[in-house]
Write a protein that binds this ligand. Structure first.
Ligand SMILES: C[S@@+](CC[C@H](N)C(=O)[O-])C[C@H]1O[C@@H](n2cnc3c(N)ncnc32)[C@H](O)[C@@H]1O
Length: 224
């Protein structure tokens, strides 16, 4: 409980549990409207804005903030105890370009304006393997439509996963959506030189699955 009361006072943390409103709670539970204002009001710059969805402990948000001080990053997840780790690390390291939003990804467009987001990373999302659960996959058409509302036209989406079925499913969704363009795919990124240095950032779940022998897969695509 102390973690949560600490976290709500963090200057890099926002939360919403209400599906119907665009209002977020920030520092000390103050109501704020951030849609269209993240650069100006939070980051105080005009740099590109990148989201990490299903960020968990925010390893990508923290790692990318360190690697790219000239970009802004927001980790998004519904689980507060995981976000706490990333938000605290950004504060302790003075990564003022890293922030966190606790909300359901289904309502992302409540909190970002059309075209406000430059890129999206989806890191080791739950695969929801049962057929009836496909709509919950973060790379399903339903979620792509939500990303379309906030991503600039042609904005990049990156997926990192160890799950072969989710990897194959995502490639199928891209193939079937005429407004998506596949840019890169690899079902075993560590078997060769990494095409991007940031692909070497390892998340908590990535490490867990790699230790159990999983190979790590990566897909990069654009959505219009
Ligand atoms: C398997 S964990 C991966 C966490 C982290 N990216 C990692 O690799 O260690 C999946 C995360 O997605 C979050 N998540 C799943 N569905 C979500 C949704 N609809 N909205 C917000 N967060 C969600 C869960 O809370 C969980 O932290």
């Amino acid at each position: 409980m102390r973690k949560f009361s600490d976290m709500i006072s963090f200057p890099n943390y926002y939360q919403s549990f209400d599906w119907k409103t665009s209002t977020l709670k920030a520092k000390g539970l103050v109501d704020v409207e951030m849609s269209g204002c993240w650069r100006k009001e939070h980051f105080k710059n005009e740099n590109p804005l990148v989201l990490e969805l299903a960020c968990g402990g925010g390893e990508y948000t923290v790692g990318l903030s360190a690697m790219y001080p000239d970009k802004n990053f927001i980790g998004v997840d519904i689980k507060g105890n995981r976000i706490y780790r990333g938000a605290k690390q950004c504060l302790e390291n003075d990564y003022s370009n890293g922030a966190f939003l606790r909300c359901r990804i289904e309502i992302l467009s409540n909190f970002f304006e059309a075209g406000e987001v430059d890129e999206i990373w989806i890191t080791f999302p739950d695969p929801f393997l049962r057929k009836g659960k496909a709509k919950k996959r973060l790379t399903s058409p339903r979620f792509l439509d939500e990303y379309r509302k906030v991503l600039k036209p042609g904005g990049l989406v990156h997926l990192k996963t160890d799950e072969p079925n989710l990897y194959a499913y995502t490639l199928e969704v891209i193939e079937e959506d005429e407004k998506c363009t596949l840019l890169y795919q690899d079902d075993d990124i560590y078997s060769k030189e990494l095409p991007l240095p940031e692909l070497g950032i390892k998340t908590y779940y990535e490490q867990l699955h790699e230790d159990q022998g999983a190979t790590i897969k990566y897909v990069r695509y654009t959505i219009h």
